[in-house]
Write a protein that binds this ligand. Structure first.
Ligand SMILES: Nc1ncnc2c1ncn2[C@@H]1O[C@H](COP(=O)(O)OP(=O)(O)OP(=O)(O)O)[C@@H](O)[C@H]1O
Ligand SMILES: [Mg+2]
Length: 727
């Protein structure tokens, strides 16, 4: 009788049935052979047996004759299809045994789908009669090829070697990120995982059969093809002139953001060029400081009209409109990138140098190329000068770095390079676009970044003056999260915020927003300071004298952290962001140079939130990876005691809450002299309030701020709305 190996909770019978099911899915002759073999040899098929398995070749099929298409071309496509079929089968067989049950199900589903698609293409080939059908076939084939490539992503080095019980080692053709897969496999309890390096997963059972429930599961998100490969959308940026088409480019196999603007005729081009040259002399206001856009637009239009009349340009209505679109775009806007600035879906715009397309980060489709390129050094440098001036700053070879805020609040980082001196491809810039409509806790709940219980907990923690650091990598949403949490502050709190560029937007009346200033000229005093420079450190020291209840620091990087922690130590509550990707990294950054805090100061910090961004089901998402309470510092080891209260579980995209041990909630119990149950009730009430806001679509920051403000003063008012009149 065959020996079955217990696999976690999977019942032996199920394993047996499934092993047969998998066999049945193979070609008929293969199935018969295998069924016979199975009767003789009841063990599960050995992985190495799969290696010899190949799907029946289809070369016997007749090649259709298509007018205008060479026979060789059709042969080539047929060969490609055969190759792909082989490849897909070779992925399928060994990998079913290698992964966790979940992954194997996903893998099988995906390869099944691909195989089906390919099958239908093969069948369709027989009836092809037109050239266009051949072109379509090729396109579809490349999509399948692309998907297969993704499954077989090759980050270098061989596959994973599986050592089966009693079998020879088999190396899979699919390469997985070893530590992650190893961890996942370990956590399933199904196998024991070997040590050493990639290629050492030991102890996997001879056949990891899938329980039925796993097999019928929907494909897991990590295998789901991204939407990007089929995207083709168009929307207006500046109506009726500028549009964008976001589309998958078959040739380059990428999504491209194509800006479409009205093309100019030779005559229109000449008129525009002349007007641009001449209007500069007529403008006697500084367009760089434009805030009243309507009035300035009219002012510019008047000047243009005057010039058109003076020079006797004869323009039709449509020519006139087009020329004025470009005049507005270049004089009032940011020129070529102005339409991108108007796209609310864009988070960042970045230029990596001359001759390189400008990249954007799209909220839905992620990072992609645009069709905008600066071809000349001079053109890009001129543009950078203009951008810097708009921030009220100066950029040049001598002063090549600018960090500033554009008039609309967007954050600019620019590097001026001449002849590739400090950046090899020439000058660069990145614009983090400002949104006038900041994200709120309701948005973060809708995006799945923060679940409502975590939000309610943070609300309570912030009300009870906890100091919070929000950590994460670049663009993980730290500043947005900081802004969101500030809305939980009591409406009467005196807040002083300190930032390099103004990004925060709060509804609180008692809020003083301070912005640091870079100096000019050479360094003075040998401290790397320039004349006129006001650093975050200077501002923070000054702010302490203003007796704030809450101090917000946009981002801590240097010695300002020391002042912030001193402030926390003297009873102020503080919140800030910090660039670090895990709790330990936050602590390390704080106690090593250039911040160099004494470890004892860490006890004044109460909470660390770690943010991350990742891709789930083809969509970029942000998540709070963990919420960690700081309980104190062990003075001997100089390490803080931490308590991970919330933990995000990526595999199921859910959160785990260690509800039995919150230090902060316990502190509230002590401070207020109330029972634990009472704090829990309050936590639940606030969760309900937040869920209600989400349900009602109350998300605008002033509205969310107002609800929170009312809740502080008259909670029953809000609770009546949340629960109805019963409360
Ligand atoms: N939870 C979220 N879900 C979706 N988009 C978000 C989320 N949080 C922030 N964003 C968007 O991501 C972009 C970057 O956000 P933000 O500026 O807050 O990141 P950051 O971590 O502070 O970046 P940096 O490291 O550059 O300071 C913004 O366009 C913002 O609108
Ligand atoms: Mg930030």
């Amino acid at each position: 009788m065959k020996k079955l190996i217990k696999i976690g909770a999977i019942k032996e019978k199920e394993i047996e049935r499934e092993a047969i099911d998998i066999t049945v899915e193979r070609s008929k002759s293969e199935t018969l052979k295998r069924k016979k073999a199975q009767r003789l040899q009841p063990e599960y098929p050995k992985p190495e047996e799969y290696r010899g398995y190949e799907p029946p070749l289809r070369s016997g099929k007749e090649r259709p004759v298509v007018p205008g298409v060479k026979n060789e071309e059709i042969d080539r496509l047929q060969r490609k299809m055969e190759e792909l079929q082989k490849t897909i089968s070779s992925i399928r067989a060994p990998d079913i045994q290698k992964t966790s049950a979940d992954q194997a199900a996903a893998m099988q589903q995906m390869t099944d789908d691909l195989q089906k698609k390919l099958e239908s293409l093969v069948n369709a080939t027989a009836n092809i009669s037109k050239k266009q059908q051949v072109i379509d076939l090729e396109t579809k084939l490349s999509r399948i090829e692309n998907a297969v490539d993704k499954i077989q992503s090759k980050p270098g080095g061989g596959g994973i070697t599986i050592v089966t019980e009693g079998g020879e080692p088999v190396t899979t053709p699919v390469i997985f990120e070893f530590p992650r897969v190893a961890d996942e496999l370990k956590s399933t309890g199904i196998i024991t995982v070997g040590q050493k390096s990639v290629g050492d997963v030991r102890g996997i059972p001879a056949m990891l059969a899938l329980p039925k429930s796993e097999k019928s599961k929907k494909i897991s998100s990590e295998w789901e093809p991204t939407e990007s490969s089929t995207v083709n959308i168009r929307y207006a940026l500046i109506e009726p002139y500028a549009y964008v088409n976001i589309r998958w480019n078959e040739k380059t196999q990428e999504v491209v953001y194509t800006l479409i603007e009205p093309p100019l005729t030779k005559k229109e081009n000449e008129v525009l060029k002349k007007l641009m040259e001449m209007v500069v002399d007529l403008l006697d206001i500084n367009l760089m400081n434009v805030t009243e856009m309507g009035a300035v637009k009219k002012y510019l239009r008047d000047k243009v009209d005057m010039l058109i009349e003076d020079y006797g340009f004869e323009l039709t209505k449509s020519e006139y409109d087009k020329v004025n679109y470009y005049m507005d775009r270049n004089f009032l806007g940011l020129g070529t990138i102005e339409p991108l600035m108007q796209d609310p879906e864009i988070e960042d715009i970045s230029c990596d140098g001359v001759g390189v397309p400008i990249f954007i980060f799209h909220r839905k489709y992620g990072s992609m190329k645009t069709n905008i390129v600066f071809e000349q050094d001079e053109e890009l440098n001129k543009f950078l000068t203009k951008l810097s001036q708009r921030c009220g700053k100066h950029i040049s070879v001598a002063d090549p770095l600018v960090d500033g805020a554009l008039p609309d609040g967007s954050r600019l980082q620019a590097t001026y390079s001449s002849g590739g001196d400090i950046a090899t491809k020439g000058s660069t810039f990145t614009i983090r676009k400002f949104t006038k409509d900041p994200l709120t806790i309701v948005d973060l709940m809708n995006f799945g970044t923060i679940p409502s219980t975590m939000a309610a907990y943070l609300w309570l923690a912030i009300e009870f003056r906890s100091s919070v650091l929000i950590a994460g990598g670049t663009a993980t949403g730290k500043t947005s999260c900081l802004n969101t949490l500030c809305l939980f502050l009591h409406p009467e709190t005196k807040i002083v915020s300190i930032e390099d560029t103004p990004e925060l937007a709060l509804p609180h009346e008692h809020w003083v927003a301070k912005i640091s200033r870079t100096g000019y000229g050479p360094d003075i005093g040998g401290e790397g300071r320039k004349r006129g420079e006001i650093s975050m450190y200077d501002l923070l020291r000054a702010a302490l004298r203003e007796r704030p209840d809450e101090i917000i620091v946009g981002e801590v990087r240097g010695k300002e952290a020391y002042v912030l922690f001193q402030a926390m130590a003297t009873g102020h509550a503080g919140m800030a962001t910090i660039h670090a990707e895990a709790t330990e990294a936050v602590i390390n950054r704080l106690i090593t140079a250039p911040i160099s805090l004494s470890p004892g100061l860490l006890q004044h910090l109460n909470l660390i939130l770690v943010m991350t961004n990742t891709r789930i089901k083809g969509v970029d998402v942000r998540r709070v990876k963990e919420v960690v309470e700081i309980l104190g510092v062990d003075m001997k080891s100089e390490k803080p005691y931490t308590n991970q209260l919330f933990k995000w579980v990526p595999s199921g995209d859910y959160y785990e809450f260690s509800s039995d041990k919150s230090y902060i909630l316990n502190k509230i119990v002590g401070e207020k002299g109330i029972s634990e149950g009472s704090v829990w009730e309050e936590l639940q009430r606030r969760t309900a309030v937040l869920e209600w806001m989400k349900k009602e679509g109350i998300r605008y920051y002033k509205d969310v701020g107002r609800i929170i403000a009312i809740y502080y003063k008259n909670p029953d008012d809000i609770l009546k709305r949340v629960f109805g009149e019963k409360t």
